[in-house]
Write a protein that binds this ligand. Structure first.
Ligand SMILES: Nc1ncnc2c1ncn2[C@@H]1O[C@H](COP(=O)(O)OP(=O)(O)OP(=O)(O)O)[C@@H](O)[C@H]1O
Ligand SMILES: [Mg+2]
Length: 324
């Protein structure tokens, strides 16, 4: 039977601002089933990283989680102390961060950095640590692993550094890996290899959560996808249905941007306007200001996430519930 590695229910993260409180994560619920790769896609600033940070226990003051539940293999993460979280990170859940360079210590040999993770989370004897690291380097496709073990990060190419980071994230075989835009700094060929590698690392009792602003990347990797806009999930579906029948106007815009050669922040030139500031969201649908079909109702009344088909949900007043 299918079980979930990660379950998030009605998660709210708020930050104080001069205009009162803003909600970069606003009533987000999502699932990562065992053996599956799940994506979160959306434009810059929509709350993707913040959702991941909440799972990692890395929302720092003045930001805070005000509501919701986060469960990893059934365990309530919001009840963990900082000490318990420290032992969880790297062993049961690990995250590959957006800026790969800042994830490695520049003055420490690559092999030693990965060894540190083992030392922290396992009682593997000192004499076996190096071999474990060499083995994992080989598993993530690092050629000449003995040689790379002794390299400092600046002596490695971007692709190799990314592989070292992946080795670090997976050496303790975590149940959940979160990859936050793991590839933006890499050229397209290396990017494709790294993504393939990560996908191959998902086994029957682990899950992978991939975060990207690029629906093309998500499409290649994920079984299921959540589309986020201004802190909220606006559509969720299995990947085939989403491409077959995108329903939210925002998803359709993202879809038009797939295949576009532009990989910069303007990738969504197909949707006019910009994401509204979180401090100035309309009472209703956050997308209505950019939506061609937005009405008075859209501006005033927040649409719920309604089911439009099996496993397909959309937050839009223009949609009809399945069977209606
Ligand atoms: N320390 C902070 N204080 C207040 N607001 C913050 C803070 N950090 C982030 N935010 C806001 O939270 C929102 C979500 O940010 P987040 O980093 O999750 O976006 P993202 O979807 O990961 O974007 P990107 O694609 O650029 O990485 C943004 O609007 C951002 O301005
Ligand atoms: Mg981010």
């Amino acid at each position: 039977m299918e079980h979930n590695i990660l379950e998030i229910d009605h998660l709210h993260v708020v930050f104080p601002s001069s205009k009162g409180e803003t909600s970069p994560v606003n009533d987000v619920s999502l699932r990562v089933p065992a053996g599956k790769t799940v994506g979160i896609v959306g434009e810059s600033g929509c709350g993707k990283s913040m959702t991941a940070r909440a799972v990692m226990g890395l929302i720092h003051a003045p930001g805070r989680i005000t509501e919701g539940e986060i469960r990893l293999c059934g365990r309530d993460l919001r009840k963990l102390s900082e000490k318990e979280y420290c032992s969880l990170r790297g062993s049961e859940v690990s995250m590959i961060f957006q800026e790969p360079m800042t994830s490695l210590n520049p003055v420490m040999k690559a092999g030693h950095q990965v060894e540190e993770v083992l030392r922290l989370h396992t009682d593997i004897p000192e004499s076996e640590l190096k071999q474990r690291v060499i083995d994992i380097f080989r598993a993530v496709g690092i050629t000449e692993p003995e040689k790379r073990y002794n390299c400092y990060p600046h002596e490695l190419s971007g692709g190799l550094r990314q592989r070292v980071i992946i080795a670090m994230a997976m050496i303790c075989r975590p149940r959940l890996m979160i990859a936050d835009e793991p590839t933006t700094a890499l050229d397209v060929t290396v990017q494709a290899q790294i993504l393939r590698l990560m996908k191959d690392l998902v086994s029957d009792d682990t899950g992978l959560l991939v975060i990207s602003h690029d629906l093309g990347v998500i499409a290649k990797l994920c079984d299921y996808v959540y589309v986020m806009y201004a802190g909220r999930i606006v559509e969720e579906s299995d990947i085939f249905t989403l491409f077959d029948d995108p329903q939210h106007p925002y998803t359709k815009g993202l879809m038009d941007a797939v295949g576009s050669l532009r990989r910069d922040a303007e990738v969504l030139s197909t949707i006019p306007g910009v994401v509204p500031s979180l401090a100035h969201l309309p009472a209703g649908c956050s997308f209505c200001l950019r939506c061609e079909n937005g009405s008075d109702r859209c501006e005033k009344e927040l649409p719920g996430l309604i089911q439009t088909g099996p496993g397909h949900k959309v937050r839009c007043h223009l949609m009809k519930e399945a069977g209606q």
